[in-house]
Design a binder for this molecule. Sequence first.
Ligand SMILES: [Zn+2]
Length: 169
Amino acid sequence: MSKVECSNCHHKSSQEEHFHHISLGAAESLQSFFDGGNVADYRCEQCQMVGVTSKEVRLQVAPTIAILQFKIFEKEEGCRSKKIPHYGSFQTVMDLTPHSTNKTVHLKYNLYGVVVHLGETLEGGHYICFIKSMGKWHQISDQLVEETDEEVVLEQAAYILFYERDDRE
Ligand SMILES: [Zn+2]
């Protein structure tokens, strides 16, 4: 669910949104995805002013699997894409409780998969991934599977992160 507030007349509106993953810009954090900042092209239904409104996003339904995708490419002239400098850091545990409409339910998620893109362009390069299985991390590149450490995983410039909801509590 997203709520927007007009900066001109302070009219508030909300709407349901469905998304399958959380897409983050290069310098955007999870916090800024939910506590949205400004939407420049939104037209207020009350005063009709187009302009800066503030937006917040809250989860109404907690997914079993949460997928975060970092934007790592941007369009260059023509149809080529280039990789953008990537600063998205992440942790092995993600708490979505503050971003839920129901804050009495604890929404804790554990990282279990990381996809990494190697190379400088969208047209070329190679994808590898890291998977946590039976409590151990593995690095997978084509048919090569190697055990690795959590520290190595957390140093990666991640493209996609997979989290699973922790229902043990
Ligand atoms: Zn307004």
